[in-house]
Design a protein around this ligand. Structure first.
Ligand code: GLN
Length: 486
């Protein structure tokens, strides 16, 4: 099999056996990116020189019998993770010239394990979006159909993995930004429990919801990477000091007896019919593997989108106040005074969606409206979390659709924010409740991939990965490759 077609796990074996070197592998993928990225616009920065140097170091380490668990394996970082000495834009004009003086913990841990970074992936501006169309660097295209969106905000990451530019990419998920793009591109995406992976050096959007994770083609690869990324970090005050299980060992176990919750409210009017059928077929596979299904109810789930669109903008308005034209990034020219400098720098540096969120967020936090909006949203958030808690007393995982339909056309929803926001209706609940969740490819509708969504109890990524891995042993949706990228 050609190198680009292999999973991370297969590539690790190839490197170990000496079938190829990391330098050969890295060069082959960089060539592929150079030849095909124009079609997708998946990258903001390609770090060819740094990648080749890292690959050479990995080969040297291996020849001496050393190197970490990911030694010489190529990955891509979403451009929201700070990388020392390499531009980190967060998809915004505001940070178009920002070079971080330090690495994010995720970047550091993967590098310490020997991973080779091919570049920084395109994304929605400040991770706000579901289609990658809010990026200052232009939309990303879906490898399955170039007229369609690859999802967002981690659209550069999902498109890159689907197009075989790299076997894996990092992503972040505040309301669905790992799982929805994974579903729309036929890849695997996991958002761990809030607090499981350090947010240090990950540019903040909504701090109580943001969580880092990965996009891969197999759950085995996701388990491999998550094991490296996860774990306590004293530099993130919300990072939790809990032991990280051996995810790779965990996935091998059968799912016989696993209790799978099916949410009554998931299969209602909002779900496109064919997508629903594929999800039901996937659940039937889990049953054939020995799982049992239990109907559960999440009565407040229909409030998750409105709740999120109060909480997330509120936090973003606060987080993004640091971009003032003085300390980071873009600065407007010819300002008349300090206030004018702030106003012009923010007015020129941020795109429309970011401004919409900052204004909404400032409004819901303002003295007269705080109780009516922000406080109420926090209360509803608690109700949603309670619904999940009750459900997890009866089941081990909850299964349903990741997104209401397959990939939509670029341009279709940009003028209608509400329609765009509704794309995350199935994913947002897990962020509000801080739960781990993942998307696994489960079929095609009109030649476009759809995803099965799995949500787990707090800190139980292991069950999600195991369930997904066992499903992938029985199915081959995840091995399908878009025709133009074979
Ligand atoms: N699409 C959602 C939003 O626009 C979620 C984004 C995310 O998870 N970063 O806010």
């Amino acid at each position: 099999m050609e190198m680009h077609a292999q999973t991370l796990t297969e590539l690790a074996a190839g490197l170990e056996k000496g079938d190829f070197t990391s330098l050969e592998l890295t060069q082959a993928l960089l060539d592929r990116i150079a030849a095909h990225n124009d079609k997708l616009n998946a990258f903001i920065t390609v770090t060819a020189d740094e990648a080749l140097a890292a690959a050479t170091r990995a080969d040297t380490a291996r020849s001496k019998g050393g190197g970490g668990v990911l030694n010489g394996l190529p990955i891509i970082h979403k451009d929201i993770f700070c990388t020392r000495g390499i531009k980190t834009t967060c998809g915004s004009k505001m940070l178009d010239n920002f070079i971080s003086p330090y690495d994010a913990t995720v970047v550091e841990r993967l590098a310490d394990a020997g991973a080779v970074v091919l570049g920084k992936a395109n994304m929605d501006e400040f991770a706000m979006g579901s289609s990658n169309e809010t990026s200052y660097f232009g939309p990303v295209r879906n490898p399955w159909n170039l007229e369609c969106s690859p999802g967002g905000s981690s659209g550069g990451s999902s498109a890159s993995v689907a197009a075989r530019f790299a076997p894996a990419a990092t992503g972040t998920d505040t309301g669905g930004s790992i799982r929805q793009p994974a579903a729309l591109t036929g890849t695997v995406g996991i958002k761990p429990t809030y607090g499981r992976v350090s947010r240090y050096g990950m540019i903040a959007f909504a701090s109580s919801l943001d969580q880092a994770g990965v996009i891969t083609r197999s759950s085995e690869d996701a388990a491999r990477l998550l094991g490296v990324m996860a774990g306590f970090d004293e530099r993130d005050s919300t990072s939790i000091d809990q032991p990280v299980p051996d995810y790779l060992a965990g996935i091998a176990h059968s799912i016989k007896g696993l209790r799978v919750g099916i949410v009554r409210e998931h299969f209602d009017a909002g779900l496109e019919e064919e997508t629903g059928k594929k999800v039901k077929e996937a659940i039937a596979v889990l049953k054939a593997l020995g799982a049992t299904t239990v109907e559960v109810s999440l009565p407040n789930l229909n409030l998750s989108v409105p709740t999120y669109y109060v909480v997330a903008p509120a936090e973003c308005s606060s987080n993004l106040s640091r971009f003032d034209g003085v300390r980071f990034g873009y600065r407007a020219e010819n300002a008349e005074d300090l206030l004018d400098l702030y106003c012009r720098s923010r007015g020129e540096g941020f795109g429309d969606e970011v401004k919409r969120r900052i204004m909404t967020g400032t409004y819901v936090l303002s003295a007269g409206y705080y109780d009516a909006y922000y406080l109420k949203a926090q209360r509803v958030r608690k109700l949603i979390a309670d619904d999940f808690r009750k459900a997890f007393a009866e089941v081990d995982v909850i299964a349903g659709p990741t997104a209401p339909s397959p990939a939509f056309k670029l341009g279709d929803k940009v003028d209608d924010p509400i329609q765009m926001y509704l794309n995350d209706i199935y994913t947002i609940g897990a962020n509000l409740a801080g739960l781990p969740a993942m998307s696994v490819p489960c079929g095609f509708v009109d030649k476009l991939p759809v995803g099965l969504h799995l949500v787990g109890a707090h800190f139980d990524e292991e069950t999600l990965l195991r369930c997904a891995h066992q499903y992938q042993q029985e199915t081959d949706w995840h091995t399908a490759c878009p025709e133009a990228f074979k």
